[in-house]
Ligand binder design. Structure first.
Ligand code: NAI
Length: 343
């Protein structure tokens, strides 16, 4: 018997959207990518012609009029997420949205309300690290009590220096939300997930060191935040856009009986080069390489949830907490003050 396939449309065909689209088109048996949308017509045409996608749009609202689709995958710039989530849910579609789900507490609240209005439609925010094998193994170890009770989480989320130009171009054209909402939001998600706690108090600092353009955008090139979570648990976060050696995503969790670390050396593979400079290991050069498996696994899970009529393990509330924490960090950074979050 032929298995049912979920027909999906994607909005956004940029750095990440193109990669998601390729996964949806070719790597997930229960899924059929039937529609693509971007404001850049050439991107739409290229993907349609190359992959044989029947429907292409430069207008999101028009794509939502396609009644063959069952689900919408949102990978447009962050400033559009809230409105595009609301519209897709209202039009009756299951929705996957890239992070962050909104750029302010008001947008996060709008998304939460929209999702609660349509309980029969699957909604999943894109926190792919939860699907990365190392992170999901670490979570299982913690749930088994292998490091006791978690006390402190330390996270580094550093983009490669080589991608600063492309990020600055993106940030000049679109509101990225700033370093804490755009970059550290994944670490905030991990912190809430691993510590099983709520953020209560935030102190965030940062600056522009290699490239003054970040300050011109009201943003930080490198920043740090210290967060007190419920139960007096602690978080230390470093986020940056100027990592010389590549894409460095590292997490340490210290517990009452031990600690664990993920990604301490962001190695590309098992190769070590021994030469006149010493012993060299190459590093991963970006998010697509480091989290390739996780992007595929999260999309597979979204499609499975639709086919099996179940709720995803990452819910709208999981999208809201890191958004509120990212926004509190932004406020703390901008006002140089301690920010207390409402519980
Ligand atoms: P990008 O700028 O490379 O691509 C954006 C795409 O959206 C382009 O195809 C553009 O033409 C299209 N677009 C722009 N405005 C549109 C509109 N109004 N309607 C339809 N299409 C529109 O951006 P990138 O880097 O791919 O990021 C997209 C989103 O993915 C962002 O929200 C970002 O935060 C998120 N992201 C998440 C990552 C993760 O690790 N989960 C990694 C990188 C990005």
């Amino acid at each position: 018997m032929k298995k049912r396939k979920v027909k999906v449309g994607i909005v956004g065909l940029g750095r990440l959207g193109y990669h998601h689209a390729k996964n949806l088109a070719f790597r997930i048996p229960g899924c059929e990518l039937i529609a693509v949308c971007s404001v850049v017509e050439e991107e739409v045409k290229e993907v349609q012609e190359k992959w044989g996608i029947p429907y292409g749009y430069t207008d999101y609202d028009e794509m939502l009029g396609n009644r063959e689709m069952e689900a919408v995958f949102i990978a447009s710039p962050s400033a559009f997420h809230c409105e595009q989530i609301e519209k897709a849910l209202k039009a009756g579609f299951h929705v996957f949205s890239e992070k962050p789900i909104g750029l302010s507490p008001a947008e996060a609240e709008r998304v939460e309300k929209a999702v609660s209005r349509y309980p029969d439609q699957v909604f999943m925010p894109g926190f792919m690290r939860r699907f990365d094998r190392s992170y999901s193994d670490a979570k299982k170890m913690m749930d088994r009590g292998e490091i006791g009770d978690p006390v402190l989480i330390r996270c580094y989320g550093l983009d490669p220096a080589g991608q600063m130009d492309s990020f600055l171009k993106y940030a000049k054209n679109h509101d990225s939300g700033g370093l804490f909402l755009d970059m550290a939001v994944h670490d905030f998600d991990l912190a809430c997930w691993f510590l099983n706690a709520e953020p209560e108090e935030v102190w965030a600092i940062g600056g522009s060191y290699a490239r003054p353009e970040f300050a011109g955008l009201g943003d930080a090139e490198t920043g740090a935040a210290m967060v007190r979570f419920s139960g007096n648990r602690m978080g230390i976060f470093v986020a940056g856009r100027n990592c010389a050696h590549g894409y460095h995503i590292e997490t340490e969790i210290i517990g009452t009986k031990g600690s664990l670390r993920i990604g301490t050396v962001p190695e590309k593979n098992q190769v070590m080069i021994f030469n006149e400079t010493g012993v060299v290991k190459q590093c991963v050069d970006g998010f697509l390489e480091r989290f390739e498996q996780a992007y595929l696994s999260e999309a597979e899970e979204f499609i499975r949830c639709i086919l099996e009529h179940r709720r995803p393990p990452v819910r709208v509330q999981d999208g809201i907490k890191p958004t509120l924490l990212g926004y509190a960090c932004k406020k703390s950074f901008e006002t140089a003050s301690l920010v207390r979050m409402k519980s």
